[in-house]
Design a protein around this ligand. Structure first.
Ligand code: FMN
Length: 352
């Protein structure tokens, strides 16, 4: 059924379809009987789905990766679709338009996506206000057996115009303004679509940002878990440096991985790949490398630093593979587009 709908949706511009579908879902959920039906239909069922990690209780280990609901506009609807957690963002201090459109492309033969969105978002002030309203909504249904609590991650970044030496200030602004409204933080230094951002993964630059955020965190009443999201294109030396740093400063976790700039092993026609152009590749072709990195971190830290596995999960088997490689939680993005909203339920069924 979804495959048929997908074939129709794939005839139209990917970004327009994204917002159209999410707005349609939001509109439908305004009717209580539809909400209840969707919730009942999509709710993952099964034993042992709950995860306790970073002092947080996740109703299930399947999350929506950053960049899908950048502005935190569809949180209640995504909760209804069964997600245990949603990572909003990447959020920057000032609102940004992102790169010129078109900037989102599908490679159906590879079950992949190429994007060069460039951190388009409403800016941290608007987003934090929106999340505050969602938090109030959640507290209203807290305690009701039928409603699962959604964990919200805040994925933070820097504005395009901010030079790398001042990046720490942008992370600070986002961290402070989102602190009261998210459950955990992810420092994004791995998007390939903001020029120079990935240079912040170098040990000294990263250390400065993370230590500063940890100090801010310690001064707060409620401390929030702090993680870093890494690129799958790091060399082994660079990855070792980040793992050493994470151990040294006792970072709470690592999200592995973001999208790749590699175009290796694609089966799509060369013309289609070059038409998509530059940007980060996600989906099936990313699975092997990002799982290898997850496992490398798990083995090197002997499980001391939890990993959120992101990259190439299209079904329950992929998710199970990520978890056996060492991921404590998993996230999907491209899989949600190719497999549809039942992906959460299906993954939960096969990993319980
Ligand atoms: C259109 C698009 C936008 C994305 N935007 C962000 C973002 O703003 N911040 C971020 O950390 N990751 C972003 N990502 C990366 C995803 O969060 C995820 O890590 C990556 O796509 C790999 O997972 P997947 O193979 O399941 O898609 C984006 C991915 C896509 C496809």
């Amino acid at each position: 059924m979804y495959k048929l709908l997908r074939n129709i949706l794939f005839c139209f511009d990917a970004e327009n379809v994204h917002y159209l579908s999410m707005n349609f879902l939001k509109f439908s959920c305004r009717y209580n009987f539809i909400r209840k039906f969707l919730q009942k239909y999509f709710r993952p069922s099964g034993k042992n789905l709950e995860r306790n990690l970073f002092g947080l209780t996740f109703s299930n280990p399947v999350g929506l990766a950053a960049g899908f609901d950048k502005n935190g506009k569809y949180l209640d609807e995504l909760r209804i679709l069964g997600f245990g957690f949603v990572e909003i963002g990447t959020v920057t201090p000032l609102p940004q338009e992102g790169n010129p459109k078109p900037r989102l492309f599908r490679l159906p033969k590879d079950e992949a996506i190429v994007n060069r969105m460039g951190f388009n978002n409403d800016g941290v002030v608007t987003i934090s206000e929106r999340l505050y309203r969602f938090k109030q909504l959640q507290s209203n249904y807290n305690g009701s057996k039928n409603e699962n609590k959604l964990i919200i991650g805040g994925n933070i970044g820097k504005n395009k115009k901010t030079p790398n030496e001042d990046a720490w200030k942008d992370y600070e602004i986002c961290f402070n303004l989102l602190h009261g409204v998210v459950d955990y933080f992810v420092v994004n230094v791995s998007s390939p679509n903001t020029p120079g951002l990935r240079d912040l993964q170098r040990k000294d630059s990263l250390k400065k940002i993370l230590i500063h955020l940890q100090e801010l965190n310690r001064a707060k009443e409620n401390q929030k878990p702090l993680m870093v999201k890494i690129s799958p294109d790091l060399s082994t030396e660079e990855l070792d440096d980040i793992i050493d740093l994470a151990m040294e400063i006792k970072l709470d976790g690592i999200v592995a991985t973001n999208t790749t700039i590699s175009r290796k092993n694609l089966v799509s026609k060369e013309k289609k790949i070059s038409k998509a152009g530059e940007g980060g590749l996600s989906g099936k072709p990313l699975m092997v490398e990002s799982t290898r990195i997850t496992n490398y971190i798990f083995r090197k830290t002997r499980g001391a630093i939890p990993v959120i596995g992101s990259g190439g999960i299209l079904n329950g088997k992929d998710a199970a593979e990520k978890i056996s490689a060492g991921a404590s939680l998993v996230q999907v993005w491209t899989g949600f587009i190719y497999e549809g909203p039942t992906i959460v339920k299906k993954i939960c069924k096969s990993i319980q």
